[in-house]
Design a protein around this ligand. Structure first.
Ligand code: V47
Length: 367
């Protein structure tokens, strides 16, 4: 079928298709060409060809719980409507008891992972971040703790005077298992200056992940798209991730995050479903050294995420239970999903559902 599609193409699109069939890496220039000139069925078909070679007919999900302990944040990024200042009436901060109640619930429903990220409150000290991980692990030793983005780790390094390595070793010693991909936004300095002028730079984000990989802590990578960035800047972002992955092999998954504008200072429009699917497909083609591409149902919506499972993506994330960051910005997705619902979404996409752990080890297969 792909050969038939190729027959009808000429020039660079044909060359790119041939490269993919031969299992060769495409260049940044070629990825940019795909954004501008290829149609969705073209990129989707080639992306799915690669996905099936890597993951067969399997599509993954995890029984997990997100916890956002506070939305108080010193950074006030323009694209974010989750983070607020302490005096804002919407500001909240969970007590350790409230955090543990959520983890207990997650434990009872069979969750394998807690994903903990929040704002960066001015009054939190270094030990607050360390203590939370320590207490979670002491109380729930079997639970995988995926916590604190590179932005939080950079901040912890700043307030403690410790290096990234020292911070990560402290976190690892109290039970941190993995680092989520949040905070990457877009690495382009031009755009970052406008949408997130105060938070860690792209280079700092990459350095935190590089250090984590060296210490044996697996991490995820994200890209926030659909705001001010160009296609060239999306590809530049993915190129930096591909280079780091060549160096370390420590990334588990790439997660393109579609921008939701509601309530943000930046404003703007929602991306189209075609843009969302093309971005996932091109990521699958370009990031040949990533095993997994996540169709995050919270930003994409369940239906587009389901189509994405046929256009290069192989993972839906998880049950989540309570998501606040993208819901503050207007996503209409459910707040959480049951395991049965995720299994049905995957089955209806024509794939075989695999419940996984944080590290993509299968926990159960639902043929
Ligand atoms: O870093 C913030 C993004 C991220 C908006 O690692 C927004 O497995 C859309 O990183 N519109 C947090 N997105 C979420 C995240 C994540 C989610 C699921 C799994 C994993 C993983 C990581 O949400 C932030 C930011 O890039 N975000 N505001 C917005 N208005």
């Amino acid at each position: 079928m792909l050969e038939k599609i190729l027959e009808r193409k000429k020039g660079i699109l044909r060359d790119i298709g041939e490269k993919v069939l031969e299992g060769k890496r495409i260049s940044p220039k070629e990825a940019i060409k795909l954004f501008y000139e290829a149609d969705l069925t073209y990129v989707g078909s080639f992306a799915e060809h690669i996905n099936r070679k890597k993951n067969g007919m399997f599509a993954y999900f995890i029984v997990n719980r997100q916890i956002n302990p506070t939305n108080i944040c010193i950074y006030q990024c323009n694209f974010c409507s989750f983070g607020v200042v302490k005096s804002d009436p919407r500001a909240y901060e969970m007590s350790p008891r409230e955090v543990f109640k959520r983890i207990e619930e997650a434990h009872l429903m069979g969750a394998k992972e807690v994903h903990i990220v929040g704002g960066i409150p001015p009054h939190w000290g270094y030990e607050d971040y360390i203590d939370l991980v320590r207490k979670v692990k002491e109380n729930f030793p079997d639970m995988v703790v995926k916590a604190w983005t590179a932005i939080e780790i950079h901040h912890m390094s700043k307030i403690s005077g410790k290096s990234y390595e020292e911070v990560l070793l402290d976190l690892k010693s109290v039970g941190l298992d993995a680092i989520p991909g949040g905070g990457a936004e877009i690495f382009s300095e031009r755009v970052r200056k406008i949408i997130a002028p105060y938070k860690a730079t792209g280079e700092e984000y990459l350095e935190v992940h590089r250090t984590a990989h060296r210490l044996g802590i697996p991490t995820n990578a994200t890209m926030l798209y659909g705001h001010l960035e160009t296609y060239e800047e999306r590809v530049e972002h993915m190129e930096k991730l591909r280079e780091l992955q060549d160096e370390t092999g420590g990334f588990q998954v790439f997660i393109p995050l579609a921008y939701w504008p509601e309530g943000t200072k930046l404003g703007g429009k929602r991306t189209s479903s075609v843009d969302d699917l093309k971005t996932i497909a091109i990521a699958r083609i370009f990031l040949d050294n990533f095993d997994h591409i996540k169709a995050y149902w919270v930003t994409l919506g369940e239906r587009v995420a389901q189509v994405a499972l046929n256009m290069g993506a192989d993972d839906l994330d998880g049950t989540i239970v309570e998501e606040k960051i993208v819901h503050s910005a207007g996503t209409k997705s459910a707040i959480g999903h049951t395991k049965d619902r995720l299994i049905k979404l995957i089955r209806d996409a024509g794939k075989i559902p695999v419940e996984r752990d944080t590290f993509y080890k299968p926990v159960a297969i639902y043929p």
